[in-house]
Every structure is written in structure tokens, then in C-alpha cells.
Ligand binder design. Structure first.
Ligand SMILES: C[S@@+](CC[C@H](N)C(=O)[O-])C[C@H]1O[C@@H](n2cnc3c(N)ncnc32)[C@H](O)[C@@H]1O
Length: 216
């Protein structure tokens, strides 16, 4: 029950700010050289092998970038408002409603998952379940790319761009997430930390890139 309310709050919060979020962030990759490099790597390494999911896609800027680099993509989000924006801005990409903790797709569906700033909204005790779900839906050899705010605090917003919301942003310790990713069965390829760009919220940014092992 507690969880149900938490996810309702997250969904409603993003529904309320979806239009403004899209306005502020849809073009953000123009100013994020490391994100562009990492997404190009994903498109190059797995983009021709199947579908990559932009997990917690928001307005779909990650899906857009991957598609523009020749990858086959789909986006998934909890918030219908965000999905409306994603579909409006990317009419050539499919977007699905869903909760990353329980995905309605069969095992081994995707060759990549790019989850940028979306696992920050999963209650901390359930993070291992989300990562295990990513492992299930990735094909052997599939790539997982996580981006998140590094730290251990939780930022709570009751209002965002003058809309009432109830949203928790969990900053996450890279070593802890790395351990959870490894414990789910992934092989870690890279853990990268960078300072924020001047245009960003002042927080260290962490990226974890991992692979589901191929079958022997
Ligand atoms: C901070 S935004 C990030 C959006 C986009 N990936 C980006 O980098 O700008 C977080 C997104 O995750 C979505 N989200 C939060 N919890 C989710 C869940 N349990 N399953 C799927 N999406 C979720 C929100 O609706 C929101 O669109």
C-alpha cells in the first residue's frame, strides 16, 4: 500500500511537470558530451543487434539520440504525461507505459537498457529488484547503462515549477549500485563519475555500464 502511494505520487508528479520538463530537457544532450559518447558506444556496440529500451524515458531524449545513431529503440515510462510528450516529440518511436519493477515484456527482449536518472525514483530497498528485472529482460550480451546523481541523500520536492508534487530523488552511492549490479549477474565494464556541467543541478554524476554475460 505504501509503495502504491509512492508510485502514484511519482506518476502524478511527472504528469504535472511533463510539458515543462520536456521544454527544459529534451535538447539537453547538446550540452552533455560524455552522455553523447556513452550513448554512441551503446548504439555502436548493441544497436544493430535488437531493441534498446530508454527506461524511465521522460520526453525521450535518450531514445531520440540512440535512434539518430541508427539504433532500434523503444521508450518506457510510468507517467502518461511524459509519454504524451515523448510521443509528440518523437513520432517515429514507440513508447510504452510501465513500471521498471515489473516489466510486461518476456525474458531476453532487449539488447540494451539506458536508464538515465530514473532509478533515482525507486525506493532504496527495491533497487536490487529493479536491477534484477533489467537482467531478466536483457538478452545475453546485452548492455545496461545507468546514470544517476552520486551521493546518499534524498531530495524531496513538494513543488516543482510551481506545480504541487511529492517526489523523492534518491542520490545513490556508485559503489553500492555497482555491487547490486554485480550481484544481479552483470559484468561491470565501466564506472564513471563526473562533475556537474554548469547547466546542471549541482551534483556529481555517476554512470555504470555493465553486460549480461553471454551463454557458454
Ligand atoms: C528525472 S526523470 C528522467 C527522464 C529522462 N530519462 C532524462 O534523463 O531526462 C525520471 C523519469 O523516470 C520515470 N519513472 C519514475 N519511476 C519509474 C518507474 N518505476 N518505472 C518507469 N519509469 C519511472 C518518471 O516518470 C520520469 O519520466
Amino acid at each position: 500500500m505504501k509503495n502504491e502511494i509512492y508510485f502514484q505520487n511519482t506518476e502524478q508528479g511527472y504528469d504535472s511537470v511533463a510539458v515543462e520538463y520536456a521544454r527544459q530537457f529534451f535538447d539537453e544532450l547538446e550540452h552533455k558530451p560524455l552522455d553523447r559518447d556513452l550513448l554512441q558506444r551503446m548504439a555502436r556496440e548493441v544497436g544493430e543487434l535488437g531493441v534498446i529500451c530508454d527506461m524511465g524515458c521522460g520526453p525521450g531524449q535518450v531514445a531520440r539520440y540512440l535512434k539518430d545513431h541508427s539504433a532500434e529503440v523503444v521508450g518506457l515510462d510510468l507517467s502518461e504525461g511524459m509519454l504524451v510528450e515523448a510521443r509528440r516529440l518523437n513520432p517515429d518511436i514507440s513508447f510504452l507505459a510501465g513500471n521498471m519493477l515489473s516489466l510486461s515484456v518476456p525474458d531476453s527482449s532487449w539488447v540494451g537498457i539506458a536508464a538515465f536518472y530514473s532509478i533515482i525514483h525507486i525506493p532504496r530497498p527495491q533497487l536490487p529488484d529493479a536491477i534484477q528485472e533489467f537482467f531478466r529482460v536483457l538478452r545475453p550480451g546485452g548492455m545496461l547503462m545507468l546514470a544517476f546523481h552520486a551521493g546518499d541523500e534524498t531530495l524531496h520536492l513538494d513543488s516543482w515549477w510551481e506545480k504541487p508534487v511529492s517526489l523523492d530523488f534518491n542520490f545513490l552511492l556508485p559503489a553500492e549500485i555497482r555491487r547490486q549490479v554485480e550481484q544481479s549477474g552483470f559484468n561491470i565494464e565501466d564506472v564513471i563519475i563526473r562533475a556537474p556541467y554548469s547547466s546542471e543541478h549541482i551534483s556529481q554524476r555517476a554512470y555504470i555500464i555493465a553486460r549480461k554475460p553471454t551463454l557458454e
